[in-house]
Design a protein around this ligand. Sequence first.
Ligand code: FES
Length: 179
Amino acid sequence: MATAKHSSAAATAPATPGADTAKYQQLEAFLTGLKVDGADLAGRRAVLIPALHRAQEIFSYLPTEVQKFIAAHLNLHVSEVNGVVSFYHYFKTKMSGKHTIEFCLGTACYVRGAAKLIEKAESMLKAKLGETTTDGLFTLGSLRCVGACSLAPVVQIDGKTYGRVTAEQIPAILAEYQK
Ligand code: FES
C-alpha cells in the first residue's frame, strides 16, 4: 500500500525553530504510520477523524495550521477537514483553559436561570462563553441537556456536575478551581 501523496510543502514539519516543531513531527509520524493509499479517497477520508483526534491529543486543539497540515498529508481539501472539525463538538479550534466550565442551555436549565449563572461567571472571569480567561485557567462553554433536568440549572466543570446552582454559588464553585 502506498502512503498518501503529500500535496504541498505544508505537509512537512516546519523548519522554523518554533515551539511546535516537535509536535508537528509527532503528528507527521502518526500520519505517515497510517499508510493510506494515496489513490483511495474513501480510505483517506476514513482516517481523517482518527488523525484529528491524534492531532488534538498532541496540540490540545486544532488551529488552522494543523488542519492544513493534515489536509496536505491526506491529500484532502482543507475545507473538508474544517467541515469535520466544525461538525463535531469534541474538536476544539481554540486553546482551552486548564478547566472547562460548561453551562447547560437545555430547556429546563434555561427556564431555571442558566442565563443568570452565565452572566455571573462571565462578569467574574471577564470572559464570554466560548472564550478562555486571560490567565488560561478557565474556558467557558455551553452544553445541550445533559440528562439531569431534575437538578436544573446544571453546570459542569471538567465533567463534574453541579446541580440546582444559583448565581450566588458561582464564586464558591469557581474558587474550588482557583486554589
Ligand atoms: S436541560 Fe439541563 S440537564 Fe436537562
